[in-house]
Design a protein around this ligand. Structure first.
Ligand SMILES: NC(=O)c1ccc[n+]([C@@H]2O[C@H](COP(=O)([O-])OP(=O)(O)OC[C@H]3O[C@@H](n4cnc5c(N)ncnc54)[C@H](O)[C@@H]3O)[C@@H](O)[C@H]2O)c1
Length: 402
């Protein structure tokens, strides 16, 4: 059996630790090349993966020379549009990690490029493959909740690291955290509801904690904090120290940083940032359903919690505790679903996403995670970002007139 030849664009954490490792073990696919502007990071990636790989700094060169069947795009969010349009115009299939792009306009450019190329573009909404959310979706589809009219999700991320210490702390790199992080949940809402269109969005968000006023230790006069954890004089006492010394983080050692200045362990308190460390967004859909999404990067726990209310009952789900509780209306009954834990990133969702993409490439399954779905979740995130910056309710249709 001929294996499908894959290349990865953006050889960082997702490209290597997630997709690289998964494809390496997949009998139907092989990873042959990486494309990344940082050669040191690619060399470290190949060492981590332990497989021979070709290195490229140019997307077109990689696709043409390696005769790839598909690429996986895991570059920082604001490069997705350029990377995807270039890859599609070279005639290759694309799996693109969320978000599709950082603006509706960027998403539409990708959709147009895919139509022109006649190639598959699938968005990597891995949460749709998470066992708890899959069960929640079937509870909704089976009608156990009746017509769902209200959804709520709270997203807690322990300690803020990865969101406040590298590129995603900055709006221009990711279009804001409503897109970078919230796009997962805005998609889950639409997917659970069978894709009603979002109509109106409002949001409040800001930095309450990851600023110099909240440094969690006493700063001595004359001894500066940061700039990175591994350089910081307070590394031994900071409860938020990010330890860059494990194997995967060899991709962010000083030799790699010297190439592009990209550090992964910038001080969360001292680094400049214009994305929020907590916030709440509200969405109304065309069918009158309403949803709220809260995201917080300053908490002692990590979990994604969902509550759905319908005309016949209510469901509550926890992705970390692998449990769903359904409470039928007019009853004291609580039906508990304990969902077995699965192996692999994001509760087993990452390997399932790759298997699904391979089946789509082979024509065995339809593409259920389309670029259009990616566009709608970006639209809600972009509207939320405008809503919080301009302090107003945003009509999603505004974004389509730009
Ligand atoms: N689905 C999920 O659950 C999930 C989780 C984390 C991140 N992500 C997404 O995955 C993507 C990658 O995130 P990450 O955490 O791996 O980032 P990362 O910083 O670890 O890796 C990004 C890589 O892209 C490279 N790069 C920079 N500019 C580039 C360009 N112009 N072209 C190609 N490569 C370029 C960097 O050198 C780096 O190696 C992001 O879009 C992020 O939103 C998705």
């Amino acid at each position: 059996m001929k294996k499908l030849k894959f290349g990865v664009i953006g050889a960082g954490s997702r490209g290597v630790a997630c997709f690289g490792e998964i494809i390496k073990k997949n009998p139907e696919a092989e990873l042959v090349a990486l494309c990344d502007p940082n050669p040191v990071r690619m060399e470290e990636a190949a060492k981590i993966l332990g497989i021979p790989l070709k290195f490229y700094s140019n997307v077109t060169d990689m696709i043409k020379k390696e005769q790839l069947d598909a690429v996986i795009i895991t570059s920082p969010d604001h490069y997705h549009e350029d990377n995807a349009v270039e890859a599609l115009s070279c005639g290759v299939n694309v799996l693109i990690d969320k978000p599709l792009a950082t603006t509706v306009k960027g998403c539409r450019n990708i959709i147009e490029a895919a139509e022109k190329a006649g190639k598959i573009i699938m968005i990597g909404f891995n949460l749709r493959h998470n066992a708890v959310l899959k069960r929640l979706k079937s509870i909704v589809s089976e009608g156990k909740l009746g017509d769902v009219f209200l959804l709520e999700n709270r997203e807690f991320y322990d300690g803020g690291r990865t969101y406040m210490s590298r590129w995603n702390r900055s709006y221009k790199e990711c279009g804001g955290l409503w897109i970078h992080k919230g796009s997962h949940d805005f998609d889950v809402f639409q997917w659970l509801l069978d894709f009603p269109k979002p109509v109106k969005v409002s949001a409040f968000a800001g930095i309450n904690v990851f600023n110099p006023e909240h440094i969690p230790f006493k700063v001595e006069p004359g001894t500066k904090v940061g700039p990175t954890c591994h350089q910081c004089a307070y590394g031994d006492i900071c409860p938020d120290k990010y330890n860059i010394e494990n194997i995967q983080d060899s991709q962010w050692k000083d030799e790699a940083v010297a190439v592009d200045g990209y550090s992964k362990d910038l001080c969360m308190y001292m680094s400049d940032k214009d994305n929020h460390d907590n916030g709440i967004a509200l969405v109304e859909y065309e069918n009158g359903t309403r949803a709220s999404h809260m995201e917080c990067f300053v908490t002692p726990i990590s979990d994604r919690l969902y509550t759905l209310v319908g005309t016949l009952g209510q469901a509550e789900a926890s992705l970390t505790n692998h449990v769903i509780k359904v409470r039928p209306r007019w009853s004291q009954e609580v039906i508990t679903y304990e969902i077995p834990e699965e192996t692999g990133g994001h509760g087993g969702a990452d390997p399932k996403l790759v298997d699904y993409f391979i089946k789509v490439l082979k024509g065995e399954l339809p593409n259920g995670s389309t670029a259009e779905h990616g566009m709608w979740s970006t639209a809600v995130g972009q509207a939320a970002e405008i809503a919080r910056r301009e302090n107003r309710v945003v009509e999603v249709k505004e974004l389509f007139n730009k």
